[in-house]
Design a protein around this ligand. Structure first.
Ligand SMILES: Cc1cc2nc3c(=O)[nH]c(=O)nc-3n(C[C@H](O)[C@H](O)[C@H](O)COP(=O)(O)O)c2cc1C
Length: 302
């Protein structure tokens, strides 16, 4: 019997629980040239700001155990160039493309979202970039709520808020975002990390501290999903962090995520989405699970 892999994320129905994570699939159209986009329910473009951002100088990526550190600093061409050069290339893609917006204060996020809206199916609000100087918005429930409120007022597309595993209380941030009108939360972005080269005694990244992603992030992000789902069982969640197999997806679904984003795995294996979806459906067949939605939040509590 075929397994049902569709899933609902608030107002959005996804044909697959897999989402291609922002910053790991370029502006999506390039990724569509090397991978099968149809295995994803949605693909999220790299975050975009109001003005062009140059990002940090190199070195800005480095391996770290089984994961990776990055300190890109959201290099992007700014929303006007993005709309002129990227948006026209997205219209032919069958998989819904979501935009990701970033900024320094609520009004700036709202202006970028408003400008992006005609080109995207939904908007992810990146409150949690670890590589911007100054305060990370996702550490602060009140400020996170203000940003979501501003974006919510500016657009009518569905809106998700991307949060940080560095927040002392992710459930408090998620609650503020939900109150302000977020349709779902993404848990999580990368976690702050660093590496030093003993030979040179220099930090490996130009920004010294960057964002750790890949398998070492998974337990931290999964813990955030468990905590937020426990506190806010009706708030839809996209799990994200360290997924590299179908079983990792099952864990996030059981913890309370309705969809699961893949990021770092794409760098070593651009076609990972196909393999991971096959692993998920084979596991469902073996264990007698007929639909993905039956797994959401189905963790047995001791
Ligand atoms: C090189 C790189 C660039 C990223 N750029 C963005 C970005 O622009 N916006 C964003 O919201 N997340 C960005 N992320 C975070 C990922 O979307 C994802 O949340 C994170 O890497 C955790 O998932 P993973 O362990 O599967 O990679 C980036 C991650 C990496 C590794």
């Amino acid at each position: 019997m075929a397994r049902r892999v569709t899933t609902r994320l608030g107002p959005v129905t996804l044909t697959s629980p897999l989402i291609a994570a922002s910053g790991t699939v370029g502006s999506v159209w390039e990724f569509a040239e090397v991978a099968d986009l149809s295995v994803y329910g949605a693909a999220v473009a790299k975050s975009v700001s109001l003005e062009p951002w140059p990002g940090r100088p190199p070195p800005r990526v480095a391996p770290s155990g089984t994961g990776m550190l990055n300190g890109i600093g959201i290099q992007n061409p700014g929303v006007e160039t993005w709309m002129a050069e990227v948006a026209p290339r997205l219209s032919g893609l069958e998989t819904p493309v979501w935009g990701s917006v970033v900024g320094r204060e609520p009004g700036e996020f709202a202006r970028v979202a408003e400008r992006l809206e005609p080109a995207v199916a939904a908007i992810e609000i990146n409150l949690s970039c670890p590589n911007l100087d100054g305060h990370m918005i996702a550490l602060d429930p009140e400020l996170s709520g203000e940003v979501v409120e501003a974006v919510r007022a500016a657009v009518s597309t569905p809106v998700g808020a991307k949060l940080s595993p560095n927040a002392p209380d992710p459930a408090a941030v998620a609650a503020a975002c939900a109150r302000a009108g977020a349709d779902w939360v993404v848990l999580t972005n990368t976690v702050w990390g660093a590496a030093i080269d003993p030979a040179t005694r220099r930090p490996v990244l130009s920004g010294v501290v960057g964002g750790l992603s890949g398998p070492p992030l998974k337990p931290l992000a999964l813990r955030c999903v468990v905590e937020v789902h426990r506190a806010l069982p009706d708030l839809p969640i996209v799990g994200c962090g360290g997924v590299k197999s179908g079983l990792d997806v099952v864990e996030y679904l059981l913890a309370g995520a309705s969809a699961v984003a893949l990021g770092t795995v794409h760098f070593a294996e651009p076609k990972a989405g196909r393999r991971i979806l096959d692993e998920l459906t084979r596991w469902m067949e073996r264990t007698g699970v007929s639909q993905v939605e039956d797994l959401v939040g189905a963790m047995e509590t001791p």
